[in-house]
Write a protein of this length. Sequence first.
Length: 344
Amino acid sequence: MKLSDFDYTLPKELIAQYPSRQRDKSRMLVLDRENGKIEHCHFYDLADYLSKPDAVVFNDTKVFKARLIGKRTGYTGKIELLLLREGKSGVFECLAKPARKLAIGTELEFGNGRLTASVVDRKDEMHFVKFSNNNLYSVFNKIGLLPLPPYIKRKPRPEDEIRYQTIYAKRLGAVAAPTAGLHFTTSIMDKIRQKGIKVAYVTLHVGYGTFKPVNVSDIKKYKMDSEYFKIPEQSADIINKTRKDNGRVLAVGTTVCRTLESAANLQLATYNLQLANGATDLFIYPDYRFKVIDMLLTNFHLPRTTLLMLACAFGGHDNVMKAYQEAINRRYRFYSYGDCMLIV
């Protein structure tokens, strides 16, 4: 398939600039991938589509304040970094602007000198920056900004520090929220458990691989950047038992889907999951054979993205694109702070 097969036109006013008043009051489009049937309801109806012995799998990654505003030491012009991934010895892979001003050896300072760094390498669009401070994430939290997506045309507000995190966020390391999980509340979680539905957690630190623009027309030639993932043994056991008992596995978001499918691909004989951690660059697009998940909860994604391609792979290209058009016609809210879609 070609990149243009995943295009659509979205009115700008449907891009959600703020979260809904209550997390679980978002609208939810339900797509039956077998027959293409579409239903319209709300997220608080989610438990109605689940039953024992199903399992729901969450990504417990936590967004850190990965956007730094500073300057070159000795200069006045503003420099902005988006920290993408931590390497060894305090070196971070970053996107920078203006990139042309950051040659190797450039010294940087942020927060009026509270944080200092130097550019140690460059590769294509990436800068590798080494920070001199200790307890870096604590410093980032004090002087950095929450990395809201660029289509949210406003500065971060204090409430974003709560609403741009899932209620179960635990493991610091993401530069973007796993947005399908933003709709969950404690009451919804309790309702799921009360029905005897099992809950499991995995980690995938959302990085550049998730939102990097696709730059080739033939999508089979695209190569995703890798992202760190981990599946605890307890979660693997829950998921394996669910499948053994003929229950369904609901992946909360594309990141959970990629995590589970990546781990299953390591066990080609049985597809049983095991304790696993490492890096995944799994790119899922139509014709992919899913091995673990049976249901997918996902937000509405930008056109021409790997996220939309994954949704199309699971729900069927024509089904999903039709559902997107219906969501547009019915004035659903799109993207990170928008409404969601459940594919069953």
